[in-house]
Structure formats: C-alpha cells, structure tokens
Design a protein around this ligand. Structure first.
Ligand code: GLN
Length: 533
C-alpha cells in the first residue's frame, strides 16, 4: 500500500520546507522507492499563473502546461518522477471544483461545507496518486505555516487521512525553526513547542520534527524537543544551514538518518539502493571544492531583487557550474538601470549575459541596450522568452535598420511589430491558463549551433508566452544575418534565433531552465557557461 508523508511548517515561512520535501523524496529514491511529491497551497488563486513574481516568486511550468508553485521545481530537480498539474493543489482549485459541483446540483439539497465537502475534495486529490499502484510513497507538502487561517482545511484533511490510513501507512513531519539568540548564545525551543501545541490543538501529533537551525542541536536541546513535543528522541532531526549548496541537503539529512527513521516508522526496509545516483550526486560536491574555471555571469531582468523570481534560471546556472567545473558568480542587474552611457561599464567585467523571461514594458529598453552590447562585443548571450524577443527587436532596430521595431506587448501602435500576438491569443479574454503553455516540439536547423549543442534534430521544451516573432519580417531578418535555428513546424513559430558570426548568441522562445537538473545540466546552459571561460 502507498505510504503517505505529510509535511507541515511551523513558526515562520521561508524555512525551506519545499527543499526538505524534495530531499526526503531524493533519499527515498536512493533507497529504491518510487515517490510522488505534491504541494498543497492554501491561497485562493486557482493557480499561481496570475500572481506577480513579487508576490509569489517564479511560476514553474510542467510538461503538461500547468502553472505551478516554484517548490515543484525543487521536486523535479531532486527527484526523477515527472510532475504535472495534479502535483499542485490550491485552495482556489478545490473551491472551484466544489462550487461547480454545487451549481450542477450534485449535492442534492445538502448544505455545502468546508467539512466534509472541501476536505473530501482535498483528500480525493491527494489520494488520486494511488491509481499508480507502483508508487511507494506520496509526500504531501502543506504550504504556509501552522496557524494560518486558510491552511486549516488542509490540516483537517491530513488529520483525517492519518486516521483513515493508519500509523503504518502515514506519518506527520513538522519542519520548524530553532532560533539562535546571540545575546544569550542559546538555541531556543519554545517557538517549536508552541507550534506543535497548535498542531495538537488541530488533532495532529507530529511523528518527526525537522529543526531548521544555524547551529548544531545539542543533546539537551534534542531531549527538550522530544519531551515537550512528544516525539521519539531519534525523530528530532537537525537540519542545519548547508554550507555550499542546497544540493547538499539530502546528504545532511541522511547523516541524521532521516530516511531510516521514516522507514522504521512504516516498518519497511530499503529496496535496492540506487548506488549510481548516490555516486553522481556526491560527485557534485567534489566539483564544488575544486573548480577549474571562473565565470561572472550577468542576469539582467526586472525582478532582480527577489531571489525566487528567477529560481530555475539561477539553479540551471549552478548546474552548468557543476558540469563545467566552473565557479560562477552571478551578477544581478536591474534592467531599468541600464542605459547606452553605462552599459559598457556594467557589462565589461562579465563573461556572459543572460536575459530571462518577463512581462510588460518596464525595463525593456535596458534589456535591448545590454543585448546590443553583447552582440557587438562578442559577449556570450542567452535570451530566454522575453529575452529572445528583445534580442530580435534589437537586431531589427540596429542591424536591419528598422528603428521603430518593437513588440506589440510594449508598444501596441509600433510601425514595425517584430514581436506580435500569436493568432490564437486574439480571442483570449481571460488571463488565467490562456498562454501557450507546456511542452512543444521544435525542429532544429542542422547547420545551427543549437543543433550542435542538443545533438538532436527535434527537441521538446516548455513554454509560457502569448507573443511570437512576426513571420512577416523573417525574410528581412534572415537577409541581415539572423539565423532561425529552430521552429515549431505545426504552428510555423520561431523557437530559436542565433547570430552565426558571433561566438555564442542564442535566443529561445521556450524555457530551458525548467528541464535542468544538478546531475543532468540542460545542454543550452552547459554550452553557454562553457563559452564564458
Ligand atoms: N511577455 C512575453 C510573452 O508573453 C514573454 C513571456 C515570457 O518571457 N515568459 O510572449
């Protein structure tokens, strides 16, 4: 029978619960098990697709085109099972389903309530994974912190599930903070005691407590947590800040025997250990310790202040650092600050420029100016989605001589709409889930650099956009030297542009960052970083 691990968070947000869930998944995969991980988000948006990155960080897109929480990115990078829409539940989507059922009359006159109707729907979604009988574990991460009003239906659901499934098939893991008070030189357990008290008030007794801490937990602290929170002593797990890389976290949790404690609670033993995976993962840290190269990479966008807004991009660069044995310093540049008079000063000290995706017109001119510098100064350039669209505009303006070239997203009246709305988007009236989303194929030009990099003639990549390169301008762009290196032949849509007489200049309409993993760097990121040293 499928075993369930329910993960809740206590005391504060941003504890790295998602990374903990992903690491638990990773450890169980090392033990030979098949694992699914899902995130339950208590907010009322149907999905995060309509939320600003300032509110929510990156929107992570799965192969099937779901716009999901960025924790799913951690899950895909740490574990091997592909994810889809079913791996991200939101309160909004739960209410949406139940309210449509109510309008259809499915409840036959009953009063529709949080318990049982909302909780039943949450339980149904969580248990839908059992359809795959080969699945050993389902890890369920509940978003937010215990004590949030909107999280209550989810906590009630996992309370009920523990009751239905029984203690041999389910367990509760609570991730909490043990703050260090500098003045007293002491770690404090009281916030954790309160958080567990709150959980118990809802009817949930944690089986394992994972303690986020900046200092090692002493035996005394572990004893205290064990005693006051009513958990076994060996189930108080230290999760100390990892020194170099988030990818070290599974190794730290393994040292704490977290996987063995989980298996013991379920009364099962490891299957066949996945030794090749374990070896590959451990090798990453040998590479970190002895890099052979050094590169400074500029990431230029408008959400630069927010660590989470370009999460998968930053992680993909880290992966490329592993595969290239390169220590990479990322320089974050706010595109609004770049002008033609300061661009060379800003970019002369970096070895590569990456312009990520984005929406709206803020900071566009700064991006175009920076891309012009990269093109003219042989600086390796990778443009992603909006970054690729800006590169096409720059080329049209400064090489083809179409001075007024622009995207209609930025200037709807432009006389040269180099980037235009995709035909299917003209009839769109709602913002949610209406972009071109998910995985689509792209045919590569055999003469292109991209073909050399991918070593394949047809690739599949994930998308999230409404605008495209205007095919009417292709003859002019090509004549001036732009290479259309990849197209989606079904929709006759430009997917990749290159500048052949530049050492490394590629723009892609898709998001390669969603398919990069620490032990399998995405080929574009791998090649981009190798071009920078
Ligand atoms: N705003 C652009 C579009 O919708 C680019 C989107 C993106 O970068 N993800 O086409």
């Amino acid at each position: 029978m499928t075993k369930y691990i329910f993960i809740t968070g206590g005391v504060v947000s941003s504890l790295g619960k998602g990374l903990t869930a992903a690491s638990v998944g990773h450890l169980l995969e090392l033990d030979g098990f098949k694992v699914a991980i899902l995130k339950a988000d208590p907010y009322l948006n149907i999905d995060p697709g309509t939320m600003s990155p300032f509110q929510h960080g990156e929107v992570y897109v799965t192969t099937d085109g779901a716009e999901t929480d960025l924790d799913l990115g951690h899950y895909e990078r740490f574990t091997s099972e592909p994810l889809s829409q079913t791996n991200n539940i939101t309160a909004g989507s739960i209410y949406n389903t139940v309210l449509s059922q109510e309008r259809r009359g499915d409840f036959l006159g009953a009063t529709v309530q949080v318990i049982p109707h909302i909780t039943n729907e949450i339980n149904r979604r969580i248990r839908s994974f059992e359809a795959d009988s080969s699945l050993d574990f389902v890890i369920v991460e509940i978003g937010g912190t215990v004590g949030d009003i909107e999280g209550l239906p989810f906590l009630e659901s996992i309370r009920q599930l523990r009751n239905t499934l029984g203690p041999k098939n389910s367990l509760h893991m609570h991730v909490t903070l043990i703050p260090y008070i500098k003045a007293a030189e002491e770690l404090k357990t009281k916030p954790t005691q309160h958080s567990v008290e709150k959980l118990r008030g809802i009817g949930i007794q944690p089986d394992i407590i994972v303690c986020r801490t900046e200092k090692n937990l002493t035996e005394e602290i572990k004893n205290k947590i064990s005693l006051f929170c009513n958990v076994d002593h060996d189930s108080v797990i230290e999760e100390i800040d990892v020194p170099h890389s988030i990818y070290e976290l599974p190794l730290f949790l393994k040292k704490e025997k977290l996987d063995q404690i989980i298996l013991k609670k379920f009364d099962i033993t490891s299957k066949t250990r996945n030794l090749p995976l374990e070896k590959k993962w451990q090798n990453l840290f040998e590479i970190i310790k002895s890099p052979e190269h050094y590169s400074k990479i500029a990431v230029l966008g408008k959400y630069i202040d927010l660590q989470d807004a370009y999460k998968s991009i930053y992680e993909s660069i880290v992966h490329a650092g592993f595969s290239n044995r390169t220590k990479i310093e990322i320089v974050r540049i706010d595109s609004e600050t770049v002008t033609s008079s300061n661009v060379s000063e800003i970019l002369s000290s970096v070895q590569g420029l990456l312009v990520p995706g984005g929406f709206g017109n803020r900071g566009i001119e700064g991006k175009i100016t920076a891309i012009q510098y990269a093109r003219e100064n042989a600086l390796p350039f990778l443009g992603i989605c909006l970054g690729m669209q800006c590169a096409t505009i720059e080329f049209a303006r400064n090489v083809c001589g179409l001075e007024m070239a622009n995207s209609v997203e930025v200037d709807p009246q432009t006389s040269h709409p180099i980037i235009t709305l995709m035909p299917k988007q003209h009839t769109v009236t709602q913002m949610g889930k209406t972009m071109r989303l998910g995985s689509y194929s792209c045919d590569l030009d055999p003469k292109s650099l991209s073909y050399k990099i991918y070593q394949e003639s047809v690739i599949n990549e994930r998308h999230r956009h409404r605008y495209e390169v205007n095919n009417d301008y292709l003859p002019q762009l090509k004549e001036s030297g732009l290479r259309i290196a990849g197209i989606n032949s079904l929709n006759n849509l430009v997917e990749i542009i290159e500048i052949p007489d530049h050492p490394w200049f590629i723009g892609v309409q898709f998001h390669p960052e969603f398919q990069s993993k620490p032990i399998k760097t995405h080929p574009l990121f791998d090649s981009f970083i190798s071009a920078t040293h």
